[in-house]
Design a binder for this molecule. Structure first.
Ligand code: IMP
Length: 198
């Protein structure tokens, strides 16, 4: 069977392909959106990760007729009432990782609760039905960026699973084993099997 991963973020795509290889997804040809340029700017204008992931997966399934997987992910900070949340990508007008990280440090004034989590909601939309799963990675926000790996907020995120290191200081395999995306996408083979697709 063919399956489309509906993301235009190359970092996310690389991580997802590696997670699926580790999870043992067999008999499935994983495609990306490169053959469908008209789908390069998928809307994600809802206020929840679930609604945004479903919106993107439904749009790609409707346009291609193929089983489609989309995810919506982001960072939730308890000291900021869950911000940036679904606005993680566009937390600043520049929408760059450097600007977003600098803004996050400014917003988390001294004494603020620095508890945070990455979340990833995956949506699978097929002719046989729809499924969603929610992957979480708990941690804290550092006082300064550290490390060169990963992307986005990784240099500021200190995962509880690896005390003393930021997400950007983990190897790809270490990140995928504990990340929100790893925890969501490693369930994809079971979702596909449950829908009787492979
Ligand atoms: P998206 O809307 O799911 O593409 O992701 C929204 C934003 O959340 C990204 O642009 C990043 O800023 C942030 N984000 C999502 N996943 C990660 C991650 O694994 N590490 C760091 N930042 C992430």
């Amino acid at each position: 069977m063919k399956l489309i991963i509906a993301t235009n973020n190359q970092h996310k795509l690389d991580e997802i392909r590696e997670i699926l290889a580790t999870a043992g997804l067999r008999g499935v040809e994983v495609l990306d959106l490169s053959a469908w340029p008209a789908l390069s700017d998928l809307a994600e204008d809802h206020d929840s990760f679930v609604d945004n992931a479903l919106q993107k997966a439904r749009a790609v399934h409707a346009a291609t007729g193929l089983p489609a997987v989309a995810d919506d992910s982001g960072l939730e900070c308890d000291g900021l009432d869950g911000a940036p949340g679904v606005r993680s990508k566009r937390f600043t007008p520049e929408a760059t990782a450097d600007a977003n990280n600098a803004h996050l440090l400014e917003r988390l004034a001294d004494g603020a609760d620095r508890t945070a989590r990455f979340r990833c909601v995956l949506a699978l939309v097929t002719d046989a039905g729809e499924r969603t799963v929610d992957g979480r990675c708990e941690g804290r926000i550092a006082h300064a960026p550290r490390g060169d790996g990963g992307f986005g907020y990784d240099p500021l995120f200190l995962p509880d699973d690896h005390p003393g290191r930021s997400m950007a200081e983990l190897s790809t395999a270490e990140k995928n084993a504990i990340s929100h995306r790893g925890r969501a996408f490693s369930q994809l083979p079971a979702l596909i099997a449950a829908l009787g697709l492979a």
